[in-house]
Write a protein that binds this ligand. Structure first.
Ligand code: HEC
Ligand code: HEC
Length: 324
C-alpha cells in the first residue's frame, strides 16, 4: 500500500514538475516563431479594378483594428476592445512608411502574413486574423491597395508599439492560436451569378462573417469553417469599443432566434448600413459600407440554405430596447 502511495506521490510530483517547466517555457519564450512561409514569387500588378476591390476589403476587414483615428491612417493602435486578460496588445503600422510601416515588405511577405499569420521575421502575429479562404485575386487586391496613395496607407511614421501579452495570451499562442498553412493550390472565388456559392465564399473567405458569428473563437475551425461549433448561430462574446460585453447574433434562418423572419431588403440594409429592424448595429460588427448589393443579396441567399440553429441571443428575449 505504502509503495502505491509513494508511486502516486512521485507521479504527482512529476506532473507538477512538467507543468512548472511548461509555464516557465511559455513565459520565457513568449510569442513563438516559425519558419517563414514559402510563397511563390510574384509581382502583384496594380490595376484600377484591384484598387477599388482592395479599398472595399480593407475598409471592412482591416480598418477597425489598424485605423488610428488621431492619424487618420492605418498606423496601428492599442486594441482596447480585447478582454484585458490578454494583456495590452497593439495592431501594427501597415502604412507604406519604410521604417515603421510595411514599406519594405515584399508582395510575398505580405501574402504570407495574410495567409498564415507569420510575419517576415518568422514571429507569429497575434490577434491578426488569417485569411485562409480569401481568393488569390482578393488577396492581390488588398496588397495593391496597401501600395496605393490613399490617405489610409500613405507613409506615416508612427512606430508600432511592442506587444505586452499576458501569460494567458502567451499560453494561447502555444496551444490554440496557431498559424494556418499556405494554400497548396489556387484559391478562386465562384462567379457572382451563382448567388449561393458566391455568398458562401463571402461568408468564409472575403468577409469571414463565420469567425465572429459562430459559437466561440476557440472552437472555430479555420481550415474547414463550416465545421466550427454553432456555425453562424451566434454566441461569441466580444467587447464594444466602450468595453461592454456584446454577444454576436444568430444569423441562421431560424424565425425566432435567428433572422428567418427578415426580408432580403432588411438584411441588405442591416449588413451594408448597420440598420437592423431592431435598431442600429454596434461595433465590433464591421461597417460594410462599400459592400455592393449583389454581395449582400448573395450572403442572404446562402444563409437561407443552411441548417437552422436555435440559439437565442440577447435581442431575442427582452425586445429591442432591453437588448441594446
Ligand atoms: C482583429 C484585429 C485585426 C484585423 C481585423 C486585422 N489586423 Fe492586421 N494586425 C493586427 C494586430 C494586433 C497586429 C500585430 C500583431 C503582432 O504584432 O503580434 C497585426 C499585424 C498586421 C501586419 C504585420 C505588420 C508588422 O509590421 O508586423 C500586417 C501586414 C497586417 N496586420 C495587415 C492587415 C490587413 C491587410 C488586414 C485586413 C485584410 C488586417 N491586418 C486585419 C490586428 C488586426
Ligand atoms: C468582427 C466581428 C463580426 C464580423 C466579422 C461580422 N459581424 Fe455581424 N455582428 C457582430 C456583432 C458583435 C453583432 C451584434 C451587433 C449589435 O447587436 O449591435 C453583429 C450583428 C449582425 C447582424 C444583426 C443580427 C440581428 O439579429 O440583429 C447581422 C445581420 C450580421 N451581424 C451579419 C453579418 C454578416 C453578413 C457578416 C459578414 C459579411 C458579419 N455580420 C460579420 C460581429 C461581427
Amino acid at each position: 500500500m505504502k509503495k502505491v502511495l509513494k508511486f502516486i506521490g512521485l507521479g504527482l510530483a512529476a506532473v507538477f514538475f512538467v507543468a512548472i517547466c511548461a509555464a516557465a517555457y511559455v513565459q520565457v519564450r513568449g510569442i513563438p516563431s516559425y519558419d517563414k512561409p514559402q510563397v511563390a514569387a510574384q509581382h502583384i500588378a496594380v490595376t484600377p479594378v484591384r484598387l477599388a476591390q482592395g479599398q472595399k476589403i480593407v475598409s471592412a476587414m482591416c480598418a477597425d483594428c489598424h485605423l488610428d483615428r488621431s492619424t487618420g491612417a492605418l498606423s496601428g493602435k492599442l486594441m482596447n476592445d480585447l478582454p484585458p486578460e490578454f494583456g495590452r496588445l497593439y495592431s501594427a503600422n501597415i502604412t507604406q512608411d519604410k521604417a515603421n510601416g510595411i514599406g519594405t515588405w515584399t508582395d510575398e511577405e505580405i501574402v504570407g502574413l495574410l495567409r498564415t499569420g507569420i510575419g517576415r521575421d518568422g514571429r507569429f502575429r497575434i490577434v491578426m486574423p488569417n485569411f485562409v479562404h480569401m481568393s488569390d485575386e482578393d488577396v492581390a487586391s488588398v496588397v495593391a491597395f496597401l501600395r496605393s496613395n490613399d490617405r489610409l496607407v500613405a507613409a506615416n511614421a508612427t512606430p508600432t508599439h511592442a506587444q505586452e501579452p499576458s501569460f494567458l495570451a502567451k499560453t494561447l499562442v502555444h496551444t490554440v492560436m496557431k498559424p494556418t498553412p499556405m494554400p497548396t493550390s489556387a484559391v478562386v472565388a465562384p462567379p457572382a451569378t451563382d448567388a449561393v456559392a458566391y455568398g458562401r465564399y463571402l461568408v468564409l473567405g472575403r468577409y469571414k462573417c463565420y469567425d465572429c458569428h459562430s459559437k466561440d473563437f476557440k472552437t472555430n475551425n479555420a481550415l474547414e469553417p463550416e465545421k466550427s461549433e454553432g456555425y453562424l448561430g451566434g454566441g461569441t462574446h466580444m467587447l464594444t469599443p466602450e468595453g461592454t460585453d456584446i454577444v454576436t447574433r444568430n444569423i441562421t434562418a431560424d424565425p425566432e432566434t435567428g433572422i428567418g423572419d427578415w426580408t432580403e431588403a432588411q438584411f441588405v440594409e442591416a449588413v451594408r448600413f448597420g440598420q437592423s429592424p431592431n435598431g442600429p448595429l454596434k461595433l465590433p460588427m464591421p461597417k460594410f459600407t462599400l459592400m455592393d448589393e449583389t454581395e449582400a443579396k448573395a450572403i442572404y441567399a446562402y444563409l437561407r440554405t443552411l441548417p437552422v440553429i436555435k440559439n437565442a441571443t440577447p435581442e431575442d428575449g427582452g425586445g429591442a430596447v432591453a437588448a441594446r
